[in-house]
Design a protein around this ligand. Structure first.
Ligand code: C2E
Ligand code: MG
Ligand code: MG
Ligand code: MG
Length: 290
């Protein structure tokens, strides 16, 4: 598993840590230090228009560079950050850093793309989240159409009535909204129609079984059709093979994200990525074979 996550990754997290109060407090203390000392960083994973091959977005994925153990994945610290209240300052840092970075890329003259930021359930429950987003957009100078927030289906459905209001406030800022891990929660279709969201993000668990499970193929097809009929965009996450991509393309899925195109990468790899994909898709548009 640790090998899957790339070099320099050290997976220190053990499930029994969950049950040990001492270990949890220790992790909490180290997370506090990490925030104070700037030990968090963002990796970015491209989101690609399936039709044109152009990079239209990048998902910001937080990592913790712990000086003692190396790069720590979010699954090992987001839950503890949520429980301890550290998720507030952490999310704010992620949001600010992603907006600042994206604006800097645009100022360098790179092809513009939106940046997607994951919002935790805790963060979404804060009533003033729209105010914070607005302040960060103003501070960084990023235009709202270049920011998207990803909220999981279960986060939104936990309090669906309130979510309608919160999503409307966020949407009024002009930013994009996506429902993450779609298909794993229990969206009521009548709510889905009322949520002012732009995009459904098909959960990786369905996408990864394309070619292996006809049930998951059926669910994937149904989500794409549902999105289209509600006039929503749809993106598939966790695309790893050409066969999965073909399946999605045939069903007119709009975008894809996954190892097949690119793994999440450090910020300094993004400029070259944006430039290359921009050049490729310009040639394709002009009818020049690659
Ligand atoms: P997510 O939002 O569903 O993010 C997608 C996860 O799938 C990422 O894992 C990404 O590295 C992984 N992934 C992408 N393409 C593929 C693929 O083709 N195959 C496979 N096997 N995996 C793929 P990561 O970076 O470990 O993030 C895990 C989760 O942690 C994210 O799931 C998200 O829920 C959460 N997370 C990450 N960054 C943040 C953040 O800044 N704030 C909050 N609240 N949560 C975050
Ligand atoms: Mg996400
Ligand atoms: Mg997801
Ligand atoms: Mg997921």
């Amino acid at each position: 598993r640790a090998k899957d996550m790339g070099r320099n990754t050290f997976q220190f997290y053990q499930p029994e840590m969950n049950t040990s109060v001492g270990a949890r407090l220790n992790l909490e203390r180290r997370l506090r230090r990490a925030l104070r000392d700037g030990e968090f960083l963002l990796h970015y994973q491209p989101q690609v228009d399936i039709e044109t091959g152009q990079i239209v977005g990048m998902e910001a994925l937080v990592r913790w560079l712990d000086p003692e153990v190396g790069l720590v994945p979010p699954s090992a610290f987001i839950p503890v950050a949520e429980e301890s209240g550290l998720i507030g300052p952490l999310s704010e840092w992620v949001l600010r850093e992603a907006c600042r970075q994206n604006k800097a890329w645009q100022d360098e003259g790179l092809p513009p793309a939106r940046v997607s930021v994951n919002l935790s359930a805790r963060q979404f429950q804060q009533r003033d989240i729209a105010k914070l987003v607005m302040a960060i957009l103003e501070e960084t100078g990023l235009e709202p159409q270049y920011l998207e927030l990803e909220l999981t289906e279960s986060t939104i459905m936990r309090n669906a009535e309130e979510a309608v209001t919160m999503l409307a406030e966020l949407h009024a800022l002009g930013i994009g909204l996506a429902i993450d891990d779609f298909g794993t929660g229990y969206s009521s279709l009548s709510y889905l129609k009322r949520f002012p969201v732009d995009r459904l993000k098909i959960d990786r668990s369905f996408v990864s079984d394309i070619g292996a499970s006809s049930d998951d193929e059926t669910i994937t097809s149904a989500i794409i059709a549902l999105a289209h009929s509600l006039q929503l965009q749809v993106i598939a996450e966790g695309v790893e093979t050409a066969a999965q991509l073909d399946f999605l393309k045939e069903r007119a899925c709009n975008e894809m994200q996954g190892y097949f195109f690119a793994r999440p990468m450090p910020h300094d790899a993004i400029p070259e990525m944006l430039q290359q994909a921009g050049a490729l898709s310009a040639r394709a548009a002009a009818g020049v074979p690659a």
